[in-house]
Design a binder for this molecule. Structure first.
Ligand code: FES
Length: 123
């Protein structure tokens, strides 16, 4: 369990998003990509693990976000690599949702790739 001062919570107004869209939000020194899909709401790191491009400038299709720079693809549920050239997953973050609002919990330290666990939506 995380201590309160070791995590940040990002609040998202879901009226800003339609299914198939994504937005980037700052959390400390990171940028978190929030993706609204038909399967739910997910949050992952915005930075591609290949060469640090911003995934928010890429494309979201279903559960797959594609990097705009060299085409790596990641699963927004888990951050897993679906297509290279990236080899390392992006981090995923837990999401809590209540109606038109959602909250993403972002640990401030001790977060190796995948350490935050699988992004999830709790309706
Ligand atoms: S920076 Fe994302 S694939 Fe190269």
């Amino acid at each position: 369990m995380s201590e309160p001062d070791r995590e940040l919570t990002i609040e998202v107004d879901l009226r800003d998003l339609r299914v198939g869209e994504m937005i980037a939000r700052s959390a400390g020194d990171r940028t978190i990509l929030i993706c609204l899909t038909r399967e739910g709401l997910f949050a992952v790191d915005d930075e591609c693990t290949h060469a640090e491009a911003h995934l928010c400038e890429g494309r979201l299709r279903g559960l797959r976000v594609t990097c705009p720079l060299h085409g790596a693809a990641f699963d927004v549920r888990s951050g897993a690599v679906l297509k290279g050239p990236a080899r390392q997953p992006i981090r995923s973050y837990p999401v809590r949702r209540d109606g038109a609002r959602a909250w993403v919990t972002v640990p401030l330290e001790g977060t190796g790739a995948g350490a935050a666990g699988r992004g999830a939506v709790i309706d």
